[in-house]
Design a protein around this ligand. Structure first.
Ligand SMILES: C[S@@+](CC[C@H](N)C(=O)[O-])C[C@H]1O[C@@H](n2cnc3c(N)ncnc32)[C@H](O)[C@@H]1O
Length: 417
């Protein structure tokens, strides 16, 4: 399958797609006037894939990587679906429902739980919920069961993530091509080099509205199995050895964040003095905090949660590498937790949303912790000195005191009022 000469679908399809994109919502992700649910890269990808498949009798299955709000998955599902058998076949026959391209749902592999929710809600609103299904990378082989498929996606921020996608799909029987879309400013020759490890031909398309596609064809299925896990053994306070494991896309890979390094010995002291029966590691990243808590206090029960599925995978691997048990839950800001249900939460909040520095996520996580803590419960947080979160923590959670830190980081204990 090659890049088509035309990049536009027929006028009627284009109009339907434009309406669909206009109706997509970013919720529950941050919404603002300058933030869109379908960008030029999404639209270029859908148009080019439809043009390429127009030449073919039967559409293949579709796998979508890095979906955010559903523009790619829902655009392709809507344009390529085959109608309900009742509509097409003899009257009175039991409905088999509409089918997605290639006879199955479009498979969506995406890291953030917020994006999964957004795709799910948009699909439901559009009446397309049956035509999309969420999968993890290692569930793709079973879900596709050897069917021919086309993999598409949004260029990820880290090359290692694209490298892992390309490696995974190139090994599967039936892989026709991998097509990634991104804004020109986010594409680089390094990405093509990474993709060329799994595909014979990697070529950039013409740009449209500052977006471009990368077409990868000729999968190399016989490559030696690669491991994308990164492992580092760290020596921490009092000589404690901890192995951190990171998979592509997880915060910090297998490194220990400098703020977390400051937090850990203070967490040890808190656990020694207050012995909570269980703690929640909110925004667990690679699971360093969870594994550390279990290593210093084997009695404490630890639940690690993160919006990123890569973080959850890393946390499970980190727990296993240290021989400790940690419960894990992919979730957006404790949304599955009941009010006033926990006594102790640990948090190193992020201060980036994509490429933008923002305090919104930290505030959202402080509010989540305040809702979930019982009165008298503790939020232990570390944050960069210039962010000056004390006032916010006091307002949102309750009395807050600095219990340690250095010139760069503050560690605070807030008690739920
Ligand atoms: C600064 S990292 C800290 C990671 C880890 N706790 C550590 O100390 O190394 C912040 C983490 O918060 C996660 N995060 C961001 N938004 C979140 C949300 N809405 N709900 C849960 N976790 C979130 C990120 O995916 C990231 O792993």
């Amino acid at each position: 399958m090659a890049e088509p000469l035309r990049q536009h679908p027929p006028r009627e399809t284009a109009a339907e797609l434009a309406e669909l994109y206009g109706r997509l919502s970013r919720w529950p992700d941050v919404e603002a006037e300058n933030l869109v649910a379908a960008d030029a890269a999404d639209r270029l990808l859908v148009d080019a894939v439809l043009a390429a498949l127009a030449e073919e009798k039967d559409a293949p299955r579709i796998v979508v990587f890095g979906e955010r709000y559903g523009a790619m998955a829902l655009g392709l599902a809507a344009a390529l679906r085959t109608p309900d058998e009742d509509e097409a076949g003899p009257a009175g026959r039991q409905s088999a429902g509409p089918h997605g391209p290639g006879g199955g749902p479009v498979l969506v592999v995406t890291d953030s739980q917020v994006h999964r929710s957004a795709v799910f809600q948009n699909a439901a609103r559009e009446g397309l919920a049956e035509l999309v299904a969420f999968e993890d990378l290692d569930g793709l082989a079973a879900a596709l069961s050897g069917d021919p498929f086309l993999a598409v996606g949004a260029v990820p921020r880290a090359h290692a993530v694209a490298d892992e996608w390309a490696d995974a799909v190139a090994r599967l029987p039936g892989c026709r091509a991998l097509v990634l879309a991104g804004m020109v400013k986010h594409l680089s020759p390094g990405l093509n080099t990474a993709l060329a490890e799994s595909f014979e031909d990697v070529a950039g398309s013409r740009a449209r509205q500052k977006a471009r596609l990368v077409w990868c064809t000729g999968p190399r299925p016989g490559l030696p199995q690669l491991s994308f896990e990164e492992r580092t053994v760290h020596t921490l306070d009092r000589g404690l050895r901890l192995t951190a494991v990171g998979v592509p896309g997880a915060f910090g890979a297998s490194r220990i964040d400098p703020g977390t390094r400051v937090l850990l010995p203070l967490l040890r002291e808190e656990l020694a003095s207050s012995t909570p029966p269980r703690i929640v590691d909110l925004g667990c990243g690679n699971g360093t905090v969870s594994a550390y808590a279990k290593l210093v206090d084997p009695e404490v029960s630890v639940t690690a949660t993160d919006v990123s599925h890569a973080a959850i995978r890393s946390t499970r691997l980190t727990a296993a590498a240290n021989g400790v048990e940690v419960k894990t839950m992919a979730d957006d800001a404790l949304s599955s937790w009941l009010d006033a249900s926990e006594d102790f939460i640990v948090l190193n909040p992020p201060f980036h949303l994509g490429n933008t520095v923002t305090e919104d996520i930290a505030v959202k996580l402080f509010e989540a912790a305040a809702r979930v803590l019982r009165p008298g419960g503790t939020l232990l947080a570390v944050w960069n000195q210039p962010l000056a979160y004390s006032g916010r923590l006091r307002r949102i959670v309750g009395p807050t005191e600095r219990i340690g830190g250095n010139r760069k980081f503050q560690v605070t204990r807030s008690i739920k009022a």
